[in-house]
Design a binder for this molecule. Structure first.
Ligand SMILES: *Cc1c(COP(=O)(O)O)cnc(C)c1O
Length: 357
């Protein structure tokens, strides 16, 4: 069957971002491809990234994601970022997946062929060992020849005030002083762009930035390109007359006669329902430039309605819901009262992912 919505993933935009971010960091990247590569498609993104010279490896959030990624055999290291259950450790190590270590017990569970990245908690208070304990766990891992890397995670490096992130960095560097040389990494997208090269760091882990997005205050520092363009198919066209309403709860009433296109994308596909009465799309490129047109009434589970009055649009045409043009994921996130991360990772399985050049 034909897809009702397609997410086009631009390989060249991704390559551009990876290069720009690696340059800014001064080190290769450990690219987060968790949550289906931030909704872009694990395989599509991982293949492009693994072939990129500025990418050292790929990072995932769950053991199942690690297994799925390892099965692609892309020839680059995979790091799991969250704890695994004792019975998962052996199979993951067998696949060559690098494992995070937050406790001495984690470290003791590792088989002799495992490779560990010591997680140091410097203030995020999510995962990791506190600095003093991290030193002894790291020394134990190094003694067994298992210590490949060490990392920490900034809690607020996406904000203009970097005081807390600086404090976290110092704690982390203090731990590294007591360990043998290893692959250290700290910055995600915000930290990478805010700080640039960080002393002692061998890798950086920009997630959302690799897919094209930064907080507003950081955008001028590294120009990035949105990787995904989301398009939905026009499935039906009809006229709605002055005084009639469109969609659930009669939220929108036509002030005059309008021509309406029904698109095959709704909140079950990840388009935020909270964007109702705020959203617009780009549509009508048959004769000239697509135009920005409002979404009418409530956004439904599987569909949304758009005013196409005066445009040359036919069933089977495509509307652009977000992309690199006039409407970005940042706009849709703002209309939906959420963040780019949530919009992208919420993209549903009915949306087909396609690589575009
Ligand atoms: C998700 C994640 C990242 C990437 O964060 P962004 O804000 O998307 O750059 C980096 N490191 C860890 C540990 C993460 O969980």
């Amino acid at each position: 069957m034909l897809a009702r919505a397609v997410a086009h993933v631009s390989a060249s935009a991704l390559q551009h971002n990876l290069h720009a971010l690696s340059r800014r960091a001064g080190v290769p990247l450990l690219l987060p491809v968790k949550a289906d590569a931030y909704g872009h498609g694990l395989e599509v993104v991982s293949r492009v990234a693994a072939a990129h010279p500025d990418v050292w490896g790929l990072a995932v959030a769950t053991p199942q994601e690690a297994v799925n990624l390892a099965a692609l055999n892309l020839g680059k290291p995979v790091l799991l970022l969250t704890p695994s259950a004792p019975e998962e450790v052996g199979p993951l190590a067998d696949l060559g997946v690098r494992l995070p270590v937050s406790t001495l017990q984690d470290a003791q569970q590792l088989p002799a062929h495992a490779r560990a990245h010591l997680k140091v908690d410097t203030g995020m208070n999510r995962l990791g060992a506190r600095p003093a304990e991290a030193v002894s766990i790291g020394q134990y891992l190094a003694g067994r020849g298992l210590l490949e890397g060490a990392y920490t995670h900034f809690a607020s490096a996406d904000e203009p005030d970097l005081a807390f992130a600086r404090q976290q960095l110092e704690l982390f560097q203090g731990v590294l002083e007591h360990l043998p040389p290893l692959l250290a990494h700290a910055a995600s997208g915000g930290g990478l762009v805010s700080f640039g090269p960080l002393p002692g760091m061998a890798l950086a882990r920009p997630g959302l930035a690799s897919y094209g997005f930064l907080p507003a205050h950081l955008r001028p520092l590294v120009p990035l390109k949105p990787v995904m363009t989301l398009r939905a198919r026009v499935n039906f066209i009809h006229d709605v007359y002055a005084g009639e309403s469109v969609s659930y709860n009669n939220l929108w009433t036509a002030p005059h006669d309008v021509r309406v296109a029904v698109l095959g994308m709704g909140y079950a596909d990840g388009y935020p329902r909270n964007a109702t009465l705020k959203a617009s799309v780009l549509i009508g490129g048959r004769s000239g430039q697509p135009q920005r047109r409002p979404v009418l009434g409530r956004i439904c589970m599987d569909q949304m309605m758009v005013d196409i009055s005066g445009l040359d649009v036919q069933v089977g045409d495509w509307a652009e819901l977000w992309g690199a043009g006039e409407i970005t994921v940042s706009d849709v996130a703002a209309w939906g009262d959420t963040i780019e991360y949530e919009v992208l990772t919420g993209l549903g399985q009915r949306v087909e992912r396609q690589v575009a050049p």
